[in-house]
Design a protein around this ligand. Structure first.
Ligand SMILES: Cc1ncc(COP(=O)(O)O)c(C=O)c1O
Length: 420
């Protein structure tokens, strides 16, 4: 073959390949669910970025979760992923669990005051000064931290700090020990560390050993067989339980708390014998996009961000060297431009279908540009819906949560407050 023919053939091939990469038109208008949600927001007089929880989907997800866990384990509600008192109360009522996992001292104070029947495990080790702040800010409540709260310790050093705090304040504390069962996010990593912590606790008359927490989301996140990683994590968990039982003898607590799991992994324990006695999960009940995982296929999205469209342009224009027309020519999903009220959340556009942010124009927390195809009929004051990628931080950014139930906003739920 002649060299020229080869070059021309190569160019034709590259052009065909390039053309094959040209995006297809993907836009469509709101499905009936979002038409109904828009009407519900309008009827409620809402006109700003709003976090919606769909009550029906939430209840369905709680039901899914409890039917997996059954009475095989206790269920602990991960409060950071559902950061609102009425939301937590709903989950507590529907699941029949009063066990909460908290991660933030101000929210711990709020829960201790407002949900005095809760049983609380801290999900991360806190600086001893945060422990001090909790007790100093605990107002009048029936919540008895000596019985209903378990702090988390990860090292002999922190354990020693807690012992000194307890002594100085004549305060009885219960602590669980964080285990590294393969996540490598801290916690006990070897026998010597565990024994050192247990020895410090045994010598204290105020701080007592109450159990373990071994979180293992890596099991479904790393490439490879989740069951293999699950079994490895559980072998590590069992090893530390056996070691502590032998070391403590009669001092092993009768009501020991052995916590594991999280949304991504809780369904891996539907059958079999495992060393823990309770499973934690929270996010799967509202299912942000980070939880679109094969292990959560039977959970449904139950939370959205809704925000009004402020402006619509029937073109795409980029300031400076205007590449808007080129973007539109290449991608029919960049034919129209919408500016929304707020933006740049940890979230992805959901409805109308086919909306996307523009990498050339950039992002905005004030008025975000979204582009879409000409098939989308979206006007100023209409609503755009996004799905949060995670709940714990996103839920706190919108004020009260709008609780939607079959086309009406039936309640507004306050979210946790940052206070002392
Ligand atoms: C210690 C611990 N347990 C459980 C969870 C699971 O929470 P979720 O079910 O919301 O993913 C987390 C999440 O960060 C965690 O840190």
């Amino acid at each position: 073959m002649k060299r020229r023919t080869l070059i021309l053939g190569g160019m034709a091939g590259a052009t065909a390949l390039g053309w094959a990469l040209k995006p297809e038109e993907a836009g469509s208008n709101h499905a009936p669910y979002f038409v109904q949600a828009s009407a519900a927001l309008d009827s409620a007089g809402l006109a700003k970025p709003t976090l919606i929880v769909d009550r029906e989907m939430l209840l369905a997800n709680i039901n899914t979760l409890t039917s997996h866990i059954g009475d095989r384990f206790n269920y602990r509600i991960v409060a950071k992923s559902l950061p609102s008192l009425p939301l937590l109360q709903t989950v507590m009522e529907e699941s029949g669990s009063n066990r909460l996992m908290l991660f933030h001292q101000p929210f711990l104070n709020e829960v201790a005051t407002q949900l005095p029947d809760a049983d609380i495990l801290m999900g991360k080790p806190m600086p001893v000064s945060a422990v001090d702040n909790f007790y100093r800010n605990l107002g009048s409540t029936n919540f008895d931290p000596a019985q209903q709260l378990r702090w988390l310790v990860d090292t002999p050093e922190r354990t020693q700090q807690y012992v000194e705090f307890a002594k100085a304040n004549n305060q009885a504390l219960k602590v669980c020990i964080e285990l590294d069962v393969g996540l490598h996010r801290g916690g006990v990593r070897n026998n010597a560390q565990l024994v050192a912590i247990l020895d410090i606790l045994e010598a204290s008359s105020q701080v007592s050993f109450a159990g373990f927490m071994g979180y293992e989301p890596h099991v479904v996140k790393v490439p490879g067989d989740p069951i293999k990683y699950r079994d490895k994590a559980m072998a590590t968990y069992t090893h530390y339980v056996d070691l502590a039982k032998t070391h403590l003898g009669n001092a092993w607590p009768a009501d020991v708390l052995l916590n594991a799991g999280g949304s991504p992994t809780y369904q891996l324990y539907d059958e079999g014998n495992f060393p823990f006695n309770e499973l934690a999960a929270g996010s799967c009940l509202v299912k942000p996009t980070d939880f679109d995982l094969p292990s959560l296929a039977d959970h449904q999205p139950a939370s959205y961000i809704a925000t009004p469209v402020l402006k619509r342009l029937d073109t795409l224009e980029i300031p400076g060297i205007d590449l808007g027309a080129v973007q539109t020519w290449w991608n029919p999903n960049r034919s129209q431009t919408f500016f929304t009220y707020g933006g740049y959340w940890k979230a992805v556009p959901e409805s109308p279908r086919g909306l996307s942010t523009n990498p050339l124009f950039g992002r905005s927390t004030n008025q975000e540009m979204l582009n879409g195809s000409n098939r989308i009929n979206l006007q100023p004051d209409d609503w755009v819906f996004l799905r949060p990628t995670q709940s714990e931080f996103v839920f706190l950014q919108f004020g009260d949560i709008a609780v939607m139930n079959r086309g009406t906003i039936e309640a507004m739920w306050p979210v946790f407050q940052e206070s002392a």
